[in-house]
Ligand binder design. Structure first.
Ligand code: AMP
Ligand code: ZN
Length: 468
């Protein structure tokens, strides 16, 4: 079965044909680690996770590489504004290195909670400075760069097709980027490859280079690191839609200038999550995080479920009301699944043909540019299909969950519905039964608790319990 993806550069749904049959090289732009990721950022990472898992479900072996931006990203995606890492450091009175370490860990923790699988390679910009310098040297030899006021710039007029990804004219790109006129640039859309004589005199992160002590421009890291880990032909490159006109446009220019060939075959971009009242911005500090959702009583998987209800190329409007509606529907789904699981019998029929029919239906939806809402419909069809045994249903639910990653078969760990007092009374009674050597009664109570999904643990310190 063919796999189709919407390709930003061709502006249509294209059949996915990898460079190497059966394998996928996939690069996704990672976080700038100067603050927590907001739930908008995380929508994009969830989309990329589902893409990777869908390709795996369709039988591909995926190598996924993601960068961590810990240097060089200014407030605007062009070369204007303050340095984001330095802003984070002064906000929290820490060093940029401490900030980078802290927020990288926080980001990876959030991903874990959302069941976003860690990429095969997670690479930091600051650990690839040598490669970035080599990259600029090649561009310099090929005549794509110039130096002005101490900085090294990429000259976009030397690269034909600069506008091909955004499908905008140079004038439209200029208008969209609201660039302050930088007298050092030949063309306002030229971008910095290496900063030396920058406005950031107190920049802590600096390295020696052939052009003087300094640090790399932001766009460079993605081209350099993706080529290091995936080679100079990449199947899929992803990010949020904001990256199309500047970051990804610049990545293409420098990568294709460097290698002299086409770089990425499929560009995939996730639409934004927007708040009911407008945009969410990481730089203003006014944004929602996974932690905030948890404080409001939502689980990270409620949020994943919420994201999966709409297609990745559609804008998604967030409100707590919408999230609450998603949580209710997620709970109802898990409840239906729990009933099926409770009724699975050891000698239920297991017919591979039944399984294959639904596998194919599910695959058809995810291969249609990730039609996840329709994939959920296939799941619902499984739940209500009277011709399937509960064992077959269980298998299919677990199988679809390889892509959805919603822990559909795990038991709700909801303490709010549990009568703690009666559990503790039963444990007390069991302990008394054991003291009087009435082991039959003690075992009976253990079994009774197990049926309530309560597991008891005996130790020297006494007996404790937990939800299974
Ligand atoms: P950043 O850490 O700012 O570099 O962004 C990380 C990822 O989140 C990038 O792929 C962005 O395109 C994406 N992104 C930023 N804001 C949003 C949003 N509101 N909704 C969805 N994705 C976003
Ligand atoms: Zn990037």
């Amino acid at each position: 079965m063919s796999f189709y993806v919407y390709n930003t550069i061709t502006r249509k749904k294209d059949e996915f044909i990898p460079v190497v049959p059966g394998k996928v090289g996939m690069y996704t732009c990672g976080p700038t680690v100067y603050n927590y990721a907001h739930i908008g950022n995380l929508r994009t990472y969830i989309f990329e996770d589902v893409l990777k898992k869908s390709l795996e479900y369709a039988g591909y072996k995926v190598k996924h590489v993601m960068n961590v931006t810990d240097v060089g990203h200014l407030q605007s995606d062009g070369d204007e504004g303050e340095d984001k890492m330095a802003l984070g450091a002064s906000r929290e009175k820490k060093t940029v290195w401490e900030i980078a370490k802290f927020y990288e860990e926080a980001f990876l923790d959030d991903c874990k909670k959302l069941n976003v699988k860690r990429p095969n390679v997670v690479c930091r910009a600051t650990e690839h400075i040598k490669e970035m310098i080599n990259f600029i040297e090649v561009l310099e030899k090929k005549g794509y760069t110039y130096q002005s006021n101490g900085n090294v710039y990429f000259e976009i007029d030397k690269f034909k097709d600069y506008t091909k990804l955004a499908n905008l004219s140079i004038e439209e790109l200029e208008a969209g980027s609201r660039i302050e006129v930088d007298p050092n640039k030949k063309n306002p859309l030229d971008f910095v490859l290496w900063f030396t004589n920058s406005k950031f005199k107190n920049q802590i992160m600096q390295w020696e280079s052939p052009w003087g002590r300094g640090f790399p421009g932001w766009h460079l890291e993605c081209s350099t690191m993706s080529m290091k880990y995936l080679g100079d032909r990449i199947d899929i490159h992803c990010g949020g839609i904001d990256h199309i006109p500047v970051h990804h446009t610049n990545e293409i220019a420098q990568s294709e200038a460097y290698s002299g060939k086409k770089w990425v075959n499929y560009w995939m971009h996730g639409e934004f999550l927007v708040l009911d009242g407008g945009k969410m911005s990481k730089s203003t500090g006014d944004f929602l995080t996974v932690k905030r959702l948890e404080e409001e009583g939502f689980s990270p998987l409620d949020y994943r479920y919420f994201c999966l209800q709409s297609r990745y190329r559609k804008q998604l409007i967030f409100s707590f009301e919408n999230l609450d509606a998603a949580r209710k529907s997620f709970k109802a789904l898990k409840k239906r699944i729990a009933t099926i699981l409770e009724n699975v019998c050891e000698n239920d029929r297991f017919n591979n043909e039944n399984i294959n029919i639904y596998n194919e239906k599910f695959k058809k939806q995810i291969s249609d540019d990730l039609n996840i809402p329709n994939a959920f419909t296939v799941l619902l069809d499984v739940l209500k299909d009277e011709n399937l045994t509960n064992l077959e249903k269980k298998f299919l639910i677990e199988d679809f969950d390889k892509v959805l990653s919603l822990e559909l078969t795990s038991v709700e760990k909801d303490l709010s519905n549990i009568d703690v007092e009666s559990i503790e009374n039963l444990i007390k009674e069991r302990n008394e039964a054991r003291s009087s050597k009435n082991y039959a009664r003690a075992d009976e109570i253990r079994d009774q608790l197990l049926k309530m999904n309560i597991e008891i643990l005996d130790s020297k310190e006494g007996t404790t319990w937990r939800l299974k």
